[in-house]
Design a protein around this ligand. Structure first.
Ligand code: S6P
Ligand code: ZN
Length: 191
């Protein structure tokens, strides 16, 4: 493998060159939101783009460092901010680095034992997601929230637990600012 470089457009989050782009629309996020009625209403109006991920072409193998940018668009479903699906790493003892380029957001993390923590992110914030922590990001601002992520090539992605249970906390807007509250729909992971 040869050394290589990628150009990052700091304003749009676009990478050049990139291997692929993942687009997650509202219709890809069914069941993810607290307010099912607000979700259906919004979906009837438009199948909005919630977020996009540009991936660099790096092998998903031990020793490698795949990296990608995520662009989360501003918006809410009910009072809940637009967010990523969220995942644990399949190889759970792998960490990850998030570097915020633009906008404002939250990085929510949770262990399998339901210890929740969060980091507020703005341009220049470098966040460290330790091993064993599920992670999900939310856009709490009025513009695009853009960050670069770097993770071990053998990390793998486990979406199942979050799809089934969500996170123990949700981030909602209350009186104009983000508030983390207990997720009333959350069911604990079986022992
Ligand atoms: C990969 C890293 C990010 C996310 C991206 C989208 O380990 O954490 O690049 O993949 O932010 O989130 P998700 O939960 O849909 O993969
Ligand atoms: Zn990850």
């Amino acid at each position: 493998m040869k050394p290589f470089k990628t150009l990052l457009n700091m304003k749009s989050g676009e990478l050049n060159p990139y291997k692929g782009v993942i687009e997650r629309r509202l219709s890809d996020t069914k069941g993810m939101w607290l307010d099912a009625q607000a979700y259906s209403k919004l979906l009837n109006q438009e199948d909005k783009l919630i977020y996009k991920v540009y991936e660099v072409d790096v092998p998903q193998k031990s020793g490698q460092l795949p990296h990608c940018t995520t662009i989360i668009y501003p918006g809410k479903v009910g009072s809940e901010y637009f967010m990523t699906k969220g995942h644990f790493h399949l190889k759970e003892d792998t960490a990850e680095i998030y570097f915020c380029l633009q906008g404002e957001g939250y990085l929510l993390m949770q262990t399998r034992q339901e210890q929740v923590s969060y980091i507020q992110m703005k341009s220049g914030t470098i966040a460290y997601v330790p091993p064993y922590q599920g992670h999900r990001t939310m856009n709490t601002g009025d513009e695009e929230f853009i960050f670069l992520a770097v993770y071990p090539g053998d990390a793998g992605h486990d979406y199942k637990a979050v799809e089934e249970r969500g996170f123990a906390k949700v981030l909602v807007e209350e009186r104009g600012s983000p508030q983390l509250m207990r997720n009333p729909k959350y069911v604990s992971e079986p022992e």
